[in-house]
Design a protein around this ligand. Structure first.
Ligand code: SAM
Length: 250
């Protein structure tokens, strides 16, 4: 059985897709989708030999070799241009996901949908998508086993109803405690759709983030290094921005 996180990611893959799952580990996602008959072709990419072998075993034992290829290689190097129409990259940091997309740009021609699940640093991924004209279609947030995950879905075509210009335009946030002007930086950080949806998990995520920032601040306060003061001021500002949003809405 898939975890709730992988299940939610699987749900974003349209039926009949040719899927490349990059950083596939045990190839659970392509194996599940192939078993359900929901993909016509799957590629499980892995850069590390251990997970690559685990993925190969998984696919072999499930008798799915005809549908799912397991390939060893870095990021999108495992696919040829035009080979996949959906790419999933899940369970790694946002900076790494962005670096994989950046290095593999030539392989993105013909890809219609990206389903990305950064564990941290979601703003890196949103910034990359924005800079490379991928339209953010959807953002999901879920909690499983005490961890909070975001799933970002982006399309290469520009659907009229979801243009990035509109999505990232500064907006006035209205809450029970007044209005607040939200700029692009905060939208990239907190998620334009998530900010709108205001899910309780999303509130929890940012409350935890504030607690994390406060813990770092306490550690920095013990340091006598001049850079620590600078960092403290940066964190204070970041905390203030997040708090303003939460206060406005709650
Ligand atoms: N995608 C699965 C999931 O979400 O459950 C597995 C996530 S696992 C934590 C991350 C996997 O990405 C590891 O198996 C790691 O070897 C792989 N990985 C890291 N960097 C990679 C890269 N540049 N190219 C391909 N795979 C990579």
């Amino acid at each position: 059985k898939l975890s709730k996180r992988l299940e939610w990611i699987a749900e974003q893959v349209p039926a009949g897709s040719r899927l490349a799952d990059i950083g596939s580990d045990h190839a659970l996602l392509p194996a599940y989708l192939a078993q359900q008959g929901r993909i016509v072709k799957g590629i499980a990419g892995e850069v590390n030999r251990g997970p690559f072998q685990a993925a190969s075993k998984q696919i072999r034992e499930a008798g799915l070799e005809r549908t799912v290829d397991v390939r060893l290689g870095d990021g999108l190097a495992v696919i040829a241009p035009g080979e996949a129409d959906v790419i999933t990259i899940a369970g790694m940091g946002g900076a790494l996901i962005s670096a994989i997309l950046e290095a593999g740009q030539a392989k993105l021609a013909g890809v219609k949908l990206l389903v990305l699940q950064p564990n941290v640093g979601e703003e890196n991924v949103r910034s990359w998508l924005l800079a490379h004209e991928w339209t953010l279609l959807k953002e999901l947030i879920l909690e499983e086993d005490g961890k909070i995950y975001e799933i970002l879905v982006a399309a290469s075509a520009q659907p009229a109803e979801a243009s990035n210009d509109r999505l990232y335009a500064p907006r006035l946030l209205n809450g029970p405690n007044g209005g607040l002007e939200i700029g692009r930086e905060l939208l990239l950080k907190m998620g334009p759709y998530l900010l709108q949806a205001q899910d309780e998990v999303w509130f929890r995520k940012w409350e935890l983030e504030i607690a994390k920032l406060e813990m770092i601040e306490r550690q920095l306060a013990l340091s006598s290094q001049p850079e620590a003061r600078l960092k403290e001021r940066e964190l204070e500002l970041e905390k203030k921005r997040i708090k303003e949003v939460l206060t406005c809405l709650q």
